[in-house]
Design a protein around this ligand. Structure first.
Ligand code: FES
Length: 255
């Protein structure tokens, strides 16, 4: 490669010391744009300063309610335009009619709701059918026990003999743990009807057993007499007497 002449080197150095024409032109354009924006801003500001407040008010389309002191806030507006044109009496009749109709509808709805609720909560037909049990007494001979089921509980029906009745009536009531005369526990002396659940912890006592010829509860050793009264053992009360009646001489209805 041949070395460059010295005149060419001097020309190259002088050329590199010049700024690029493109960068010069762009910076000049930027300066020109900046000065143009500044001059426009100045003109707008000068115009704003020159315009008076009255001119600004006349050109504004917004009418503020707080600018005027003439507004009377205590003044009641007129509702004449909204009032009915018909006479006042006919209006009142219409109002009474509407109030009465609405009251009637509300009462009917409330009644239906309460009625539905009560019907839903009441016992069903099969439960009501079990509420009462009828027993044919002619089928129970004297001196025998019958156990029937009533509302899920056993019920003892005892056809008592004359000796048993005499024995039950001769007991000194004041000596009993749960004092009760035999006459207060039966409607007919020959028929003793009791719920067969021990008053201690709910076992079912055995009939014709125990020290007093009545019922005996084997769970903890409670003895009941022929009137179903507690005589010995841990049970605190006599056997319970259910609601019952004798519709005829030969029939018994429990419940
Ligand atoms: S349950 Fe009958 S004596 Fe305890």
């Amino acid at each position: 490669m041949r070395p460059a002449p010295s005149s060419a080197g001097a020309a190259l150095r002088s050329w590199t010391q010049h700024a690029l024409p493109t960068s010069q032109s762009s910076s000049a354009a930027a300066r020109l744009a900046t000065s143009s924006v500044a001059s426009q801003t100045t003109v707008v500001q000068q115009r704003r300063h020159q315009s008076s407040p009255s001119q600004a008010a006349s050109t504004s389309s917004f009418d503020s309610p707080f600018r005027s002191n003439k507004v009377d806030s205590n003044k009641i507006p007129s509702f004449k335009a909204y009032r009915a044109k018909s006479p006042e009496v006919s209006n009142r009749v219409f109002q009474y009619f509407m109030v009465g109709s609405m009251g009637l509808l509300t009462a009917a709805g409330a009644k239906a709701t309460v009625q539905d609720f009560l019907v839903n909560m009441s016992a069903s037909a099969d439960v009501l059918a079990q509420a009462k049990v009828e027993v044919d007494l002619a089928a129970i001979p004297e001196g025998k026990n019958v156990i029937i089921k009533w509302r899920g509980k056993p019920v003892f029906i005892r056809h008592r003999t004359d000796d048993e009745i005499k024995s039950a009536e001769s007991v000194n009531v004041s000596s009993l743990r749960d004092p009760q005369a035999d006459g207060d526990r039966v409607k007919k002396p020959e028929w003793l009807i009791m719920i067969g659940v021990c008053t201690h912890l709910g076992c079912v006592p055995i009939g014709e057993a125990g020290d007093f010829g009545g019922w005996f509860c084997p769970c903890h050793g409670s003895h009941y007499d022929v009137s179903g009264r507690i005589r010995k053992g841990p049970a605190p009360l006599n056997l319970e007497i259910p609601e019952y009646d004798f519709p005829t001489d030969e029939s018994l209805v429990i419940g």
